[in-house]
Structure formats: C-alpha cells, structure tokens
Design a protein around this ligand. Structure first.
Ligand SMILES: Cc1cc2nc3c(=O)[nH]c(=O)nc-3n(C[C@H](O)[C@H](O)[C@H](O)COP(=O)(O)OP(=O)(O)OC[C@H]3O[C@@H](n4cnc5c(N)ncnc54)[C@H](O)[C@@H]3O)c2cc1C
Length: 434
C-alpha cells in the first residue's frame, strides 16, 4: 500500500493527513519532534495567561489518530535521502516513503547579536519556548522585547498579564510600520503605549549583557542606552525551518521551492505551510506566507494531488487578522505600507483612537484594492467577493454596512465614514446615497 510520510504535525501537515485519509486508504505517517500531538500554536499565549491549558489547545482528542489510522511518530528527521526515498531519524530509525510531504514550519530569527544565546534570552515559536518562558519569567520584573511584530505584541501582553514591565525595541518609526501604513501603525503605537508598555521606536538592539552566572542582566541599544532586565524576547520574525534538508537534492532558497501543485523539484516530494517558498508569483501575495490559514489551504490542496486529483494552489485575495491588545485588526486585499503612485487612500479614525479604517483603490480605474480595519469587525465573505469580482471603491463604500460583522449593540460608523469619504472624494459619487 502507498505510504505517505508527512514531516511536521502543525496545521499544514495535519490538514494534509486528515484530507488524505478522507480521500484514500493509504498508509499515513506523521513525524514531529515538537509535541506528540497536534496543538494550536496560535493559542500558546492563552496557556501562559491561564485562559487554557495545553490539553485544551489540541483540536482533536488523542484517540482520533488511531481511529483514523494516522500513525504518529514522535522523533526528529535528521536527513532526507531522496534517492532511496527514506528518512533518517534522530532515534536511529529509518522510514521509507512513497510520497513525502514536508510541513516543517518556521523557526525564530536571530541576527547574531552578542549575547543572544544567554540564559533568559529566547524567541516564542514552539511549545518548548512557552515552557521555557514560563520557567524563566517567574522571577522576571522587567523584560525587553526586540522586534515589533505580531508575536512580539503577544509576548508583551503575556508578560504584562504577570505584572512584568515591558520595554519594546522597535526599529521602525511606528509599530509594525514595515507592514502597516504610517497612520495605522501610529494608532497601534498609541494603543501599545496606553497599556503602559515602554515603546522605544527607531530603536535597535546592540548587545545583551550577562551577569556572573551567564543570565541576561541588561541590553544595550544602538544609541548606547543600557536597559536592565531579566528576560529578553527576540521576536524579529520567523524563517522557514529547512536546515535538515541540506544535501537532500530538494531545492530551497529561503524556503522549500514549490510549483503551483506544491511539488518540489524532486518527484513525489511536496511541501506546505510556513516552510514553503513559491517559485512563481501570485498577484498581491508574497512567495513566503507564514499564516495559519494558508497552511490549512495548502494541506487540503496537496491531499487532492497526492490522491490522484492534481490540484493547483489558488489562495485568492490576501487576508489576515490579528489582535493588538484590545484592538482587533483585519486586512483584505493589499494595503501596502507605502501608497503606490497609482493608488489613492482614505483613512478614517474614531476619536477614541480604538477604531480605524483604511481603504485603498486605484486612482485611475477606481478598482478597490484593499482595506485595513481596526476595532470594527468585517465579514470576510463580503471583501473576498468584492475583491474577486473586481468591484470599484464606490461599490465597496456604499455597501460597507453589509460587510459590518460587529454584534448588534455595537455603535455603527458606516454613515460617518461614507459622509467623510464623499466629502473628501466627491468624484467617487458616494454622496448621492448617504
Ligand atoms: C506565538 C504565535 C502566534 C501566532 N498567531 C497566529 C495568528 O494569530 N494567526 C495566524 O494566521 N498565524 C499565527 N501564527 C503563525 C502560525 O502559527 C503558523 O503560520 C502555522 O502554525 C504554521 O503551520 P505549519 O504547519 O506550516 O508549521 P508548524 O506549526 O511550525 O509545524 C511544523 C512542525 O514540524 C516540526 N518539525 C520541523 N522540522 C522537523 C524535523 N526535521 N523533524 C521532525 N519534526 C520537525 C516542528 O517542530 C513543528 O512542530 C502564530 C505563530 C506563533 C509562533
């Protein structure tokens, strides 16, 4: 019987395994060295904050795997030998495959800072990182987080939940302004500060110093400022976890290179999720996308292909969501940090500084290009449809109310937004309807 081996039991590998099981009776083996069972990585922060325990983060009960004939191997793949179609495991065991699916995820970036390997310095990616953070921060009074992205802000919220003071070193002029336009990023900077985080913008880590026992005692910034601390969180992004593929013959750049069927250059070897770099372009999408839902989509797609129905990966318009303390963020389409020459934009912010909307369109064709929403929930289905149907901005603004997903008793702002955009851009002809 055909043997499908999957490296990685995260959302990508597990979605592939589940869908292959639905479509076939192939033998399926999932190998992972992080945890025995699949858990939700996005819930790590809630374990630390006491809202959940590890068991609650497992989407499936432990009996699910045996019942569905999915073999789980808790081991590390040291080497992939594509010529003999076999894997060398840390335990000394060898596993042979007919088809291999690599879903090995990401690892936290470290940029060679002096002191980055000291005790008390870590990233946040794995369950083990969480356990380590749990132990180390028991006695932490002050922490420094380096890098202002989505994992950094989660780490700040985690530490604050235990009354640990947080200093945030962020290289950009505003929080996450390498991704968000300045207005949006400024709103988030203000919100972060309102949570008593010592946010230092345009600030870079120079060096981490140790005490006499090898534990972190302070960091120095590029301006020479010394900040005493007992914990340093390095949250300067993640990159594909692919070192073990060296010399395997599987082509990699920053990630494992795949074609539109998620196939690598080697026959019967596929790759999915965070570890992947698409070798071809898709409009409005990056070639490496390290988010939960793309891993899940890829898992569904590859299952079809492996089971004989060759299927292209077509993720459609970009979307994402996150939370910055109390402010929920959603993005649909493309709102780049810098407005492009052919684009126009409208930014609306509520006086509370807790809600905002940023709409971008093509100034010549009026084609709607993307939206960022903060503190206002939008319906994914509406924006996905409008983007696929290539609607113009007038249509989108006129139908904003339809896209609002806030609970009934929430204050609505569509009229206000429509009126002010109509005033600023009379040529959009929105005013006739508001
Ligand atoms: C703290 C945190 C919060 C996040 N929050 C969000 C969010 O809110 N929304 C969102 O969209 N995304 C979020 N992400 C990103 C999201 O979790 C990832 O995009 C997703 O988990 C990637 O899934 P994956 O299956 O591709 O890889 P992973 O989940 O990384 O799974 C890969 C697994 O393979 C194992 N592995 C790797 N190499 C080997 C080997 N050689 N041998 C054996 N096992 C191996 C790894 O240990 C790992 O367990 C978050 C990430 C983190 C760290």
């Amino acid at each position: 019987m055909k043997h499908i081996v999957i490296i990685g039991n995260g959302i990508s590998g597990i979605t592939a395994a589940r869908h292959i099981r639905k479509l076939s009776s192939y033998r399926i083996t999932v190998i992972s060295s992080e945890t025995k069972h699949f858990y939700s990585r996005t819930a790590l922060m809630y374990i630390y904050m006491g809202h959940m325990n590890y068991e609650n983060t497992k989407p499936y009960e432990d009996y699910f795997w045996k019942k569905n004939k999915i073999d789980l191997v808790f081991d590390h793949v040291n080497k992939v030998e594509t010529a003999s179609k076999s894997l060398q495991l840390q335990s000394g065991n060898t596993i042979e495959y007919d088809s291999l699916i690599i879903a090995s995820g990401s690892k936290s970036n470290k940029f060679g800072w002096p002191g980055q390997h000291l005790q008390g310095v870590q990233g946040l990616y794995s369950y083990n990182d969480l356990l380590q953070m749990e132990t180390i921060t028991r006695k932490t009074k002050r922490a420094v987080i380096v890098g202002g992205g989505l994992i950094g802000i989660e780490m700040a919220e985690m530490l604050l939940s235990r009354n640990i003071s947080v200093t945030f070193l962020v290289r950009e002029p505003e929080f996450w302004s390498n991704v968000l336009p300045l207005q949006d990023a400024n709103l988030i900077s203000r919100h972060v500060r309102s949570h008593h985080v010592d946010l230092k913008l345009r600030s870079e880590l120079q060096e981490i110093q140790a005490d006499e026992n090898g534990w972190v005692k302070s960091v120095t910034t590029h301006t020479g400022e010394i900040i005493p601390c007992q914990f340093v969180g390095l949250t300067v992004g993640v990159s594909p976890n692919i070192e073990f593929l060296k010399n395997s013959g599987i082509e990699t750049k920053s990630g494992v290179l795949v074609d539109e069927y998620l196939q690598t250059n080697v026959e019967d070897v596929y790759a999915l999720g965070d570890c992947v770099q698409r070798s071809y372009e898709l409009p409005g999408r990056k070639t490496i996308e390290q988010v939960w839902y793309t891993g899940r989509m890829m898992g569904e797609v590859v299952a079809q292909t492996v089971c004989g129905e060759k299927t292209k990966y077509q993720p459609g318009p970009w979307f994402n969501s996150a939370k910055f303390f109390n402010i929920e963020y959603q993005t649909y389409g493309n709102v780049w940090p810098d407005l492009k020459a052919e684009e126009d934009e409208y930014y609306w912010e509520h006086p509370s500084g807790q809600k905002a909307m940023h709409i971008v369109w093509n100034k010549h064709s009026l084609l709607f290009l993307g939206i960022n929403a903060f503190g206002i929930r939008l319906r994914h289905e509406c924006f996905d449809r409008w983007l696929r149907e290539k609607r113009d901005v007038t249509h989108v603004v006129r139908h904003l109310r339809e896209a609002n997903f806030d609970p009934e008793f929430f204050t609505r702002h569509e009229n206000e937004i429509q009126e002010s955009i109509a005033l600023k851009f009379p040529s959009l002809k929105i005013s006739s309807l508001v």
